[in-house]
Design a protein around this ligand. Structure first.
Ligand SMILES: O=C(Nc1ccc(C(=O)N2CC(c3nccs3)C2)s1)[C@@H]1CCCN1
Length: 145
C-alpha cells in the first residue's frame, strides 16, 4: 500500500506562466463601445500542461469597475477573457488541490494592452497585432505528501 507519510525535506517546484494576451477590438464593436481591447488573463503550465492535478481553482480579481470583479475559474484552462479600455493590476490567487495541503499563492499582474516602446523598434505596431505579457515563475512546494 502506498505510504501517505509526508516526505520531510523534499522540495518540488512546478513551472508556470501567468499574464495576459491583448488584441485591439476591430470589426464587430463590443457591448461597451468604450472598450478598445479584448484580453485574456491566464495561468498556464509548460506545453499547455493540464494544471488541475495540483491546482483546484484560480481567482482573478479585476478592477472594481468590472461587474463581479472576483472571477473564480474552477476548471482548466485557468484563464479569463474580458474587454476593456485600459491597463490595471489584476490579483491572481492560485488555490491548490487539498492533497497538496498548500496554502493559496497570490500573484499580481499588470494587465498590458499596449506594446513596450522597446518592442516597437521604431516601427508602428500593426493595429491588430496581439500584445503578450507573460511572466515565468516556479511554485515551490515543501514536503509534498
Ligand atoms: O486604465 C486604467 N484603469 C482601468 C480600470 C478599469 C478599466 C477598464 O478597462 N474597464 C472598466 C470595465 C468596465 N466598465 C464598465 C463595464 S466593464 C472596462 S481601465 C488605469 C487608469 C490610468 C492607467 N490605467
Amino acid at each position: 500500500m502506498a505510504s501517505n507519510k509526508r516526505v520531510k525535506g523534499l522540495i518540488v517546484s512546478r513551472p508556470i506562466y501567468y499574464g495576459n494576451i491583448a488584441t485591439p477590438i476591430t470589426g464587430k464593436k463590443p457591448a461597451n463601445p468604450d472598450h478598445t481591447h479584448r484580453w485574456t488573463v491566464m495561468v498556464k503550465g509548460l506545453n499547455n500542461e493540464d494544471l488541475s492535478y495540483y491546482i483546484r481553482k484560480v481567482v482573478f480579481k479585476l478592477h472594481e469597475t468590472y461587474p463581479n470583479p472576483l472571477r473564480s475559474i474552477e476548471q482548466p484552462p485557468f484563464e479569463l477573457t474580458e474587454t476593456g479600455w485600459g491597463e490595471f493590476e489584476i490579483m491572481i490567487k492560485i488555490h491548490f488541490q487539498p492533497i497538496t495541503s498548500e496554502k493559496p499563492v497570490t500573484l499580481y499582474h499588470h494587465l498590458r494592452l499596449h506594446p513596450f516602446e522597446d518592442d516597437l523598434q521604431g516601427q508602428p505596431w500593426p493595429k491588430d497585432k496581439p500584445v503578450l505579457s507573460l511572466l515565468y515563475d516556479e511554485l515551490v512546494f515543501n514536503e509534498p505528501t
